[in-house]
Design a protein around this ligand. Structure first.
Ligand code: ZN
Length: 260
């Protein structure tokens, strides 16, 4: 409760700083003109110059708190930075405050869509160190996509304006392992898609489990990129699709399908 209050006060101060800085910025040009016209002494000019510079820095810094990564590259970088914090155990647990709850209560603008496996060890919010309203998750065993999953991804891409779709497979995935072992009786609709993905890459079915998981990620990325609705957004430069492989022990997400 105490932390929450401090955070709220701190954010309040930042917002006041931002507004004050904005006013100074707006006043900078008229002040500059006054200096020229009325020949204000050099010491006062010096003071005004630094006051404006300070306001500019303050404004940019305060504005950065609200910065939303609109570009796919920035979104991918934000994901990987979060994963780096997770790997190094330097978690910051962003966007989990009362203020954030209020902020996202009326609308959500997740910067990335994660298409991941339902596996309990691969929670995107945790492995990317993100918070409420940051990630739109579509999770199904084996991170495959059928019509329902694609419709979910399209919804986020079209209506929530996410700039990145990230497909994430993982080490020791039970669904992919079952396909390689030909024990798919309980997961037939999923297995069919995984099998097709493995078949699409020569040698993937006879290689390691890791190779098959990566082949499955690549196939899902390709499938999403070729979906007409998503392809249109890619063409308009509004979204990109990438893929990665999560290492269970280290927590590291390795890129296996970069942005185009
Ligand atoms: Zn899995």
């Amino acid at each position: 409760m105490k932390t929450l209050t401090i955070t709220t006060i701190s954010r309040g101060i930042e917002r006041v700083q931002e507004k004050v800085s904005f006013v100074f910025l707006c006043a900078f040009m008229p002040l500059r003109l006054c200096v020229e016209f009325f020949h204000i002494p050099s010491r006062t000019r010096f003071f005004l110059f630094f006051l404006s510079l300070f306001s500019l820095c303050n404004f940019l810094e305060a504005g950065d708190i609200q910065t939303f990564p609109k570009e796919a590259k920035e979104s991918l970088s934000k994901l990987l930075q979060g994963n780096d914090r997770y790997v190094k155990e330097l978690l910051v647990h962003p966007n989990r405050s009362q203020e954030r709850r209020e902020e996202v209560s009326q609308a959500q603008y997740p910067f990335a869509v994660i298409v991941g496996c339902s596996d309990s060890r691969v929670s995107p919010i945790i492995v990317f160190d993100q918070g409420l309203g940051d990630l739109f998750e579509v999770r199904v065993a084996g991170n495959v996509v059928g019509p329902i999953e694609i419709a979910s991804v399209e919804y986020a891409a079209l209506h929530l304006h996410s700039s990145l779709i990230f497909v994430m497979g993982h080490e020791n995935c039970g669904a992919v392992k079952a396909v390689l072992a030909n024990q798919t009786q309980d997961i037939e609709p999923i297995a069919e898609r995984i099998q097709a993905a493995i078949n699409a890459i020569p040698g993937a079915g006879k290689g390691s489990l890791e190779m098959a998981v990566k082949a499955n990620v690549i196939a899902t990325v390709k499938q999403l990129r070729e979906n007409p609705g998503i392809a249109k957004l890619i063409k308009e430069n509004k979204i990109r699709v990438a893929g990665g492989y999560y290492h269970l022990e280290t927590g590291k997400v390795e890129l296996c399908c970069d942005l185009l």
